[in-house]
Design a binder for this molecule. Structure first.
Ligand code: ADP
Ligand code: ASP
Ligand code: MG
Length: 463
């Protein structure tokens, strides 16, 4: 069972987590994975950046703020055993001192490496799981709190988005967790964080606690992985922007992965890989409405639904860059050179399209990468005079319709574009994967809500 940031983000939510896990643990063996408390990872990112700008005052402010929120929750939550409350407070204090030392070091050096950034980020989950383990213990559950590293998760050294070394991880997770489970001690594991083979802390990318849960679930050959979040499962659109969104009761791994790639935050994009590989069912449930509808993610062939389009997703805060020039026509390797230049500057390309005249290539990237992308392309253009012009549009979004039923069904794209055109939305770029699992297109940021509503209605997803 994995609990997200909002599920562990305060006294009441944590009481709820204790109730949910202890109820389930009476009839099942449960491993708990928890995220950092709501907003803590963002605060840590900001703290690391400000420290690297030598802002020492902020280092003190942030560590004191984190101390206050964690100690307050601990104080109110662990009430039965004073001794255990004290122990948890001491451990929180040790972690917070470590964090302050790390941030102070960064502020002295005025430098933040991806490696030290991951170390700073690892504190969010370390703090939240200390409290959760304390609260479970306080309510009479035998628990053992472990970091991702202690639970056996080993990754490569791609800091910020590390990849688990599955072979060794599977073996280690079994070695570390099985004896605890056999001893009827519930493991409470930090999500999101792991370590290299040499023990250097790494993180699995934003939202990576989902990934921790499926890595552990697959290593232990669990019956199911349950992702507890703050909405009723995976929905036909983000319920924050589409009020008529409904829970998708069953969805295939492929569809769910496609949705997460296109911005459905409900699931980390790579989290489903370990589960899909062995057909381990993943259930997404609402911790604040545990008896409400939920989503079961299964292998393709086990899905009964015949909906053509299952969900509409969107990626906000994107930018579009276009390089153009007659010289690109028939020049082999242009696209490769463009992607290579961007890749070298760490700019991830979300979408690419080339006109058949070959006179231009358009790319969609995260808005935060726009300046870096333009300077990489300018440099390439100076070196190779590949194209004449680089133009960009800073505020665009990607909208995607997802569903296996689209495969081989004619006329879907026509319906889709008619629906958005009727709303007066101008489509700037279109892509369809060869899997035909999704059709995605780019619109002005201001048009994204209109587009999501139009598609949601056209395919009657709110019914
Ligand atoms: P957690 O902290 O539990 O991991 P996240 O914030 O990462 O939660 O993901 C849950 C959020 O994802 C929801 O609050 C919701 O606003 C957003 N979301 C976006 N698209 C979808 C979707 N299609 N279905 C469900 N939730 C979605
Ligand atoms: N705390 C991490 C994040 O905010 C991981 C997670 O929540 O899954 O990205
Ligand atoms: Mg998440």
């Amino acid at each position: 069972m994995k609990f997200g940031g909002s599920s562990v983000g305060g006294v009441e939510p944590l009481r709820n987590v204790v109730a949910l896990t202890s109820n389930c643990a009476s009839a099942n063996d449960v491993v708990v994975v928890a995220s950092a408390m709501n907003g803590v990872t963002n605060s840590l990112i900001q703290a690391a950046t400000r420290a690297s700008q030598r802002d020492e005052k902020h280092v003190t402010e942030v560590t004191e703020h984190l101390r206050t929120i964690h100690e307050n929750v601990c104080e109110q939550l662990i009430t039965k055993t004073d001794e255990f409350k004290k122990q948890t407070m001491v451990r929180l204090d040790l972690e917070l001192r470590e964090l302050k030392k790390a941030l102070t070091g960064i502020s002295y050096l005025g430098e933040l490496t991806p490696r030290s950034r991951d170390y700073v980020l690892s504190f969010g989950e370390k703090l939240s799981t200390l409290i959760l383990a304390g609260a479970l213990h306080d309510s009479g559950v035998r628990v053992q709190r472990l970091t991702g590293e202690e639970a056996g998760i080993v990754t490569d050294a791609s800091f910020g988005e590390a990849t688990p070394l599955m072979h060794i991880t599977q073996q280690k997770v079994k070695e570390k967790l099985c004896p605890l489970i056999e001893n009827r001690k519930m493991p409470v594991v930090t999500g999101f964080i792991a370590a290299t083979e040499d023990g250097v802390p790494t993180t699995l990318g934003r939202g990576g606690s989902d990934y921790t849960a499926t890595i552990i679930g697959s290593a232990l050959d669990a019956d199911e992985v349950w992702i507890w979040t703050d909405v009723d499962g995976i929905m036909t659109a983000d319920p924050r922007i589409e009020h008529t969104a409904q829970t998708i009761r069953e969805i295939s791994f492929m569809e769910a992965m496609e949705m997460s790639h296109f911005g459905a935050k409900a699931m980390h994009p790579r989290a489903l890989e370990p589960a899909a590989k062995i057909g381990l069912p993943v259930r997404v449930k609402n911790a604040f409405n545990p008896n409400g509808p939920d989503t079961l993610i299964l292998q393709d062939q086990r899905i009964k639904s015949v909906n053509i389009v299952k969900a509409v997703a969107s990626v906000r805060e994107a930018s579009m860059v276009t390089v153009s020039g007659e010289g690109m026509h028939g020049a082999p390797g242009t696209a490769a050179k463009v992607l290579d230049a961007l890749g070298k500057d760490d700019v991830n390309v979300l979408m690419i399209s080339q006109s058949s005249s070959e006179a231009n290539i358009s790319l969609v990237i995260a808005r935060s990468n726009l300046e870096r992308a333009i300077s990489a392309l300018r440099e390439l253009s100076l070196k190779e005079s590949l194209f004449k012009e680089i133009t960009s549009e800073a505020d665009v979004s990607i909208v995607a319709a997802v569903g296996t039923g689209m495969r081989g069904t004619p006329g879907i794209a026509a319906r889709l574009f008619r629906a958005v055109a009727d709303e007066g939305v101008n489509v700037k770029m279109i892509a369809q994967g060869s899997s035909e699992l999704n059709v995605s297109f780019v619109v002005r940021e201001d048009d994204v809500l209109k587009s999501v509503h139009a598609l949601h209605e056209e395919f009657r997803l709110g019914d």
